[in-house]
Design a protein. Structure first.
Length: 393
């Protein structure tokens, strides 16, 4: 038996391991200090009341003969698929219910969706990037083309016809840079994909953080996208589902390659490889798409946005270049005095006990940059912002 030797092409991921090692060593040497953790990508607020209530009710349902549910439909509870399609309609995106697939989260989908494509296809990844794009592509034996982004294009590079990407990963709002594509910029990618017969995998895990009315939440707000894009969404950050697990994926029926419908293929894939998301979790997820649910998740998002505001005000006062924060839970700042990102990490840890994420961990072009997450507590974020200004001002 030969194993999947493509695993040997993966680079070891030292990022969060190194951060954990460094913070552990610091705390051992300074047991009286408390760290302000601005690096985490996990949420800190609990689930909303509507979700908790729905989860409790669903648990009760499972204990009674009349309301018990066994296997759920593999592609999702029809009522939930309808509710998600209605969520899109509010933004003018018309989807058929069976173009929406309920999932266990975006990470699962980012890996599994590659089953739709031939192994010979290349994957184009804009870096700095969420590490799963490169790793899932490598595991599947694909060639990865790295497209570096930088300050000069606001970390939002546009396509050029000399790029040869069959599968194109776009993430907006972006993790780690927090940058968000405009309609015009996304249209350029959609046109490129349609010209080159590519398929865009659009990661919209952070769409709910967009506050600016003029920015697109979904790639399907762009004309022509249904012929070239799949959208992968998550309730993890939108609604605090990181530990509860639910998301959804949109595969349009217009997405056809060599006469094959990718929607039909995805139905076949899901019915083969999954037995659906649990009844209880789907009930909890459905509560988010009610009016009360939307109001309640907005309250949590407001807390994170306020955290972002505190950090952005600090960076503005310091005159430090950054992007993100406004329509995203991440702030991507340039390290001061041309410091490299790990030196800046060490400096903040030692001097002000603030922990962030070195940009280099998201790809070579992240060197010299640093990511702050806004998912921490308001108290810690306020204190971290104050200490940043005192240290760097
Ligand atoms: N996509 C991006 C850009 C993310 O940052 C994350 C999680 O941090 C995910 C996908 C994974 O989300 P999920 O929790 O739904 O698997």
């Amino acid at each position: 038996m030969k194993p999947n030797t493509h695993y040997a092409n993966l680079k070891d991921s030292y990022l969060f391991f190194n951060i954990a090692q460094k913070t552990k060593a610091y705390l051992e040497a300074h047991p009286d200090q408390r760290l302000l953790r601005m690096g985490i990508g996990d949420v800190s607020l609990p689930l909303s009341d509507v979700v908790i209530q729905a989860l409790h009710e669903a648990v009760e349902d499972q204990g009674k003969k009349d309301t018990f549910h066994g296997y759920m439909p593999e592609c999702g509870d029809p009522a939930l698929r309808t509710a998600i399609a209605a969520y899109y309609k509010k933004r003018g995106v018309i989807l058929e219910d069976d173009e929406v697939f309920v999932s266990s989260g975006a990470s699962d989908e980012l890996g599994d969706i590659l089953d739709l494509f031939d192994r010979e296809n290349t994957a184009l990844v804009i870096e700095p990037a969420y590490p799963a794009y490169v790793d899932a592509s490598l595991i599947a034996g694909r060639k990865v083309i790295h497209l570096p982004a930088g300050k000069e294009n606001g970390f939002l590079p546009e396509p050029s016809d000399d790029l040869a990407g069959d599968i194109i990963y776009l993430c907006s709002p972006n993790n780690p840079t927090g940058a968000v594509y405009s309609h015009g910029q996304l249209k350029a990618w959609v046109d490129y994909a349609n010209r080159h017969d590519s398929v865009i995998l659009f990661d919209a895990a952070y769409e709910a953080f967009i506050g600016d009315e003029n920015l697109p939440h979904s790639i399907f707000e762009i004309e022509g996208a249904k012929k070239c894009a799949i959208e992968i969404c998550s309730l993890s950050k939108t609604a605090g589902f990181t530990g509860t697990r639910m998301g959804y994926t949109v595969v349009p029926k217009d997405l056809v390659r060599e006469g094959m419908s990718l929607n039909a293929m995805w139905v076949r894939n899901r019915t083969t490889k999954t037995n659906g998301v649990s009844y209880i979790i789907q009930k909890g997820g459905a509560a988010i798409f009610t009016d009360r649910g939307q109001d309640q998740i907005r309250e949590n998002i407001k807390v994170y946005k306020n955290n972002a505001k505190m950090l952005m005000e600090a960076l503005d006062r310091l005159g430090i270049w950054y992007c993100g924060g406004k329509n995203s839970p991440y702030i991507w700042m340039e390290c001061p005095n041309r410091m490299d990102s790990w030196s800046f990490f060490d400096y903040l840890l030692k001097e002000i006990q603030v922990v962030g994420t070195p940009g280099e961990g998201f790809g070579a072009c992240g060197e010299g940059y640093f990511r702050f997450s806004t998912f921490g507590s308001p108290e810690d974020t306020r204190e971290a912002a104050k200490r940043l200004v005192d240290l760097l001002g």
